[in-house]
Design a protein around this ligand. Structure first.
Ligand SMILES: [Zn+2]
Ligand SMILES: [Zn+2]
Length: 363
């Protein structure tokens, strides 16, 4: 089979029931209007993939989508364009790209404002909305169809594995965007050294935040945070994290990016801020949390929630990666072939050998 020619069928991991996934031979999808066919070269596993496996497609709109048998998960993938939909001239066959998750419908109020990750038609494929690996087929397969708006070109020197990390870096970037984007010279606290937190440190440092402080519980992750640009790390088990941040910043931080989804830490995050500071919540706690809202009000604390990787943040994160402003591959810990996806998922779920980003490769 020469490159750039798609066969009729492909191997894809397909959801059966909860936590039931099997490798099947399925038809290769065909690109429609404003779409391309991507030959997937690599796909990273995200914690959200594990939720999709167990609970089906996410309930990001009112009322959960029904558990979707036949769904192909995987949303952090990259590959090579091998086919173009009608009249697509923005990209060419043979280009290497990485992908964003969301293509908004383009017709709702939020899409028209550029907030396509907050599309009001989330899940309505017939209205043009796509969320790769969530509401539409994803990248744990040899081929995937993508809207051209979700494509980001990558430089030849960027490895396949590094390119799969673009969505993660883009999510961190979007969080920092929502904090106002004026990062240079401001103190930034990142809470939670998971993939988004670690790359939040890296992106914040690349954008000039000073100092960058990473909070977490695992020393190995904090050490990695230092390699990615943290000026200071704080183990929250070692003492009062609020006092530690106040000491390191001389009174309080300008910005906090919360990536842990912890309970108590969200109230503490508000207290780490200097009066008038900004808090971005990038992780979702699984239960309601208790915070002293009065403290936020009295101190003019700005609070933002972010959804995904909006406002072309992935494209801008890729620019930083292409300029070698940080080494995202430090969080890539394991690789498996596509056929071993269940083992790759086990490594990700159980954090075997301190797995952070596990990548499956197609060839
Ligand atoms: Zn993800
Ligand atoms: Zn929309």
């Amino acid at each position: 089979m020469p490159d750039n020619v798609a066969p009729e069928t492909m191997r894809a991991w397909v959801l059966g029931g909860p936590d039931e996934i099997s490798l099947r031979e399925v038809p290769v999808p065909r690109p429609g209007r404003a779409e391309v066919l991507v030959r997937v070269d690599a796909a990273a596993i995200c914690a959200t993939d594990l939720e999709v496996l167990s609970y089906g497609r996410p309930a990001m709109i009112e009322g959960a989508l029904p558990f979707h048998k036949g769904h192909i998960p995987g949303h952090e993938y990259m590959g090579t364009i091998v086919g173009l939909g009608p009249d697509v001239d923005e990209y060419a066959v043979g280009e290497r790209i990485t992908v964003e998750i969301h293509a908004g419908c383009g017709r709702c109020r939020r899409c028209r404002e550029g907030m396509y990750t907050s599309c009001l038609n989330y899940g309505f494929a017939s209205k043009g909305h796509r969320a790769n690996g969530f509401t539409t087929p994803g990248g744990f397969a040899e081929y995937a169809v993508n809207n051209i708006n979700t494509l980001v070109r990558i430089p030849a020197a960027m490895s396949d594995a590094e390119a799969t990390l673009a969505v993660t870096a883009g999510t961190s970037m979007y969080g920092l965007d929502e904090l106002g984007g004026l990062i240079a010279g401001q103190s930034l606290v990142v809470i939670g050294p998971g993939p988004i937190g670690l790359l939040g440190v890296a992106v914040g440092k690349a954008l000039g935040a000073d100092p960058v402080i990473l909070l977490g519980t695992r020393e190995s992750r904090l050490a990695l945070g230092r390699k990615l640009g943290a000026d200071h790390v704080v183990n929250v088990r070692a003492g009062d994290p609020v006092a530690a941040v106040q000491r390191l910043t001389g009174g309080g931080a300008d910005l906090v990016l919360e990536c842990s989804g912890g309970d108590e830490i969200i109230d503490q995050a508000g207290r780490m801020l200097l009066r008038g500071g900004k808090l971005c919540l990038a992780a979702f706690p699984h239960a309601p949390v208790t915070v002293d809202v009065g403290h936020w009000v009295r101190n003019n604390i700005y609070v933002y929630g972010i959804r995904g990787e909006g406002k072309s943040a992935v494209r801008r994160a890729v620019a930083l990666m292409a300029q070698h402003r940080f080494d995202a591959t430090l969080i890539h810990t394991h690789s498996f072939p596509l056929a071993d996806l269940p083992e790759a998922l086990r490594y990700a779920r159980e954090r075997i050998e301190d797995a952070i980003k596990v990548v499956v490769t197609m060839r």
